[in-house]
Every structure is written in structure tokens, then in C-alpha cells.
Write a protein that binds this ligand. Structure first.
Ligand code: SF4
Length: 201
């Protein structure tokens, strides 16, 4: 256990706010080890508070990074209030690069309300894990705790388009070509670009 709140991935600085997540994805990086991309352990001693996040940023010069990314060893929107507070804080600092949110897209179910508007003016890019091309495959791969997760994730993605400059879906290339083609169709129908990510063991 450690308190790795910030960790570099290439030229991006990643933000680890929580280990909580309402899903149990078959390919989750947390099943493979302690960290990501050479980081220290991303299992947190406790979910950080805002003061701890601010203290972590004090050790970094933001001008050295091309992007800040809410990601980590859990679903960032589980800590939506802290995420928003953190995004507002870093945006107030000099040389703040663009901010991306990597999410499973289930924030509305987590908080039992529409949440896309909370990101307005704070998040530049939202990257949402579509994970599959069909609801059955999504449920099998993502294993969320809600039966209506697939529809809620897509609704959140479409709503984000109103409030965030760039929204994208992702799938990991562990799924079949047919599933990727189906995911592409779904993304096209929603008017959201799809990125096929390479699986990193
Ligand atoms: S949503 Fe992300 S953190 Fe949660 S289980 Fe899936 S891959 Fe892991």
C-alpha cells in the first residue's frame, strides 16, 4: 500500500483518486499487479482528500506535462466531488495542460443523477470505456453492478458532448473483430469517435 496520487505515463501526468469501482472488468489492469507503466503501487492506503491531492501537485511542475489524466486504480467519478475540486484547482495554476477523464461512464448511476454538466469548463476530454459492441458482451466483459449500465453509459457519453470539447469511446483489442465492428457502428450512431486501445498486460 502507498499513497501514489500522481504518476507519470509518458508525457502525461495521471491522477489516482480512488480504488473504488462499481465494475469488475475481465481485463482490468488491477488484476495484473500493483501499478501501471512502472509506477509505484496504485493501491491507496486510503482515498485521498483535497489537501492530500493539492500537496501531491506541489511536487510537480505542470509545464512539464502535455496532459493531466484522471485515471488510476479505480473509477475517478466515484470521487466526483474531489475530481471537480481538483480539476478546478489545477486549472487555476499556471501552465495547466489539457485535462482528460478516463471513465467507465457510469457516473450517473453512481450518483443517481445526471452528472455530465459537472464537467463543463473543467474537463477537456472524456474517454469512456465502451468495452464491447453489444450489451450482452458489455455485461460479460465489464461486469458492472447495475443491469442498466450499458444504456446509462451511452446516455452519459452523449450528454458529455454538450459540456466537454472532446468525447471518445474506447475498446481494448482483446475483444473480437466482430465486436470491434459492432462497437464502431454504435459509436458512429452516437457521433462519438472510437479508439481501439492495445491491451497492456
Ligand atoms: S472500470 Fe476500470 S477500474 Fe473499474 S474494473 Fe473496469 S478497468 Fe478496472
Amino acid at each position: 500500500m502507498a499513497m501514489t496520487i500522481l504518476y507519470p505515463v509518458g508525457k502525461a501526468l495521471y491522477i489516482n483518486l480512488t480504488n473504488q469501482c462499481p465494475c469488475n472488468c475481465t481485463f482490468c489492469i488491477r488484476n495484473n499487479g500493483e501499478g501501471a507503466y512502472g509506477s509505484d503501487s496504485l493501491w491507496l492506503e486510503h482515498d485521498p482528500d483535497f489537501e492530500e491531492v493539492k500537496a501531491a501537485f506541489a511536487a510537480y511542475d505542470l509545464s512539464q506535462w502535455t496532459e493531466l489524466v484522471f485515471c488510476g486504480y479505480g473509477e475517478p467519478t466515484m470521487r466526483l466531488e474531489l475530481l471537480i475540486e481538483t480539476a478546478a484547482y489545477v486549472r487555476s495554476l499556471p501552465d495547466c495542460p489539457p485535462i482528460r477523464l478516463n471513465t467507465n461512464g457510469l457516473s450517473d448511476l453512481i450518483h443517481d443523477r445526471s452528472t455530465a454538466q459537472d464537467l463543463a469548463g473543467l474537463i477537456d476530454v472524456v474517454s469512456i470505456s465502451l468495452n464491447a459492441g453489444t450489451e450482452a458482451e458489455y455485461m460479460a466483459v465489464t461486469r458492472p453492478k447495475w443491469e442498466n449500465a450499458f444504456a446509462a453509459m451511452q446516455r452519459f457519453a452523449v450528454e458529455c458532448k454538450q459540456f466537454v470539447p472532446k468525447v471518445m469511446f474506447t475498446v481494448v483489442d482483446v475483444i473480437s473483430k466482430e465486436e470491434i465492428a459492432a462497437a464502431q457502428q454504435m459509436a458512429d450512431a452516437a457521433g462519438i469517435p472510437l479508439r481501439v486501445r492495445e491491451y497492456t498486460p
